[in-house]
Design a protein around this ligand. Structure first.
Ligand SMILES: [Zn+2]
Ligand SMILES: [Zn+2]
Length: 178
């Protein structure tokens, strides 16, 4: 039986569900704490060294970022409006990142970073009835708006990345394409 308990990540609440943590059939040794783990990080990690296995705890407590001088998310690719340095530190050093087609981007709202919900397509956005909500205030050209309404698809050329504000609950979207 594998232990699937993981620490709580405010900005990425379900990293197993989003696919950024992988459940291992055979435990592997974490490159940071050198303990065996059943769950390893499978998302982006920007560091000099090649890391093959990181356990959730070493991400949560900041040890992995410290030991390998790395970041799980690019500190430049974020929405403006978060003044608190501690929040940025938690996001880039103590939160599992996510994998996008191009440079990943983290949305913010209400002065804080949003929680990453997962990869989405137009179908999911329509099913959740949040298309208007994610388009609200974005000022997009018609073509892009049309793509978001109809052509985004999980694991496709056009992908959507869904975020939710931790304070007002509003959904925000980032998208990119190949
Ligand atoms: Zn570890
Ligand atoms: Zn908000």
């Amino acid at each position: 039986m594998s232990d699937r308990r993981i620490p709580e990540f405010k900005y990425h609440p379900d990293p197993i569900g989003t696919g950024e943590f992988k459940i291992l059939a055979e435990p592997e040794m974490c490159d940071c704490c050198e303990k065996l783990t059943n769950i390893t990080y499978d998302g982006p990690f920007y560091s000099e060294e090649e890391i093959s296995c990181l356990c959730p705890e070493c991400i949560k407590n900041g040890n992995a970022a410290k030991m390998f001088d790395g970041e799980f998310h690019d500190s430049e690719s974020i929405d403006e409006g978060v003044e608190d340095e501690e929040k940025l530190d938690e996001l880039i050093h103590r939160t599992p990142g996510y994998s996008g087609i191009q440079q990943e981007y983290w949305r913010a709202h209400c002065g804080d970073f949003c929680a990453f919900v997962g990869h989405v397509g137009s179908k999911e956005l329509n099913e959740m009835k949040i298309i208007e909500e994610v388009l609200d205030g974005e000022n997009l050209i018609d073509d892009i708006e049309e793509i978001i309404r109809t052509r985004l698809e999980k694991e496709s050329w056009y992908q959507g990345y869904l975020f939710k504000c931790l304070h007002c609950g509003k959904y925000r979207l980032h998208w990119d394409y190949d």
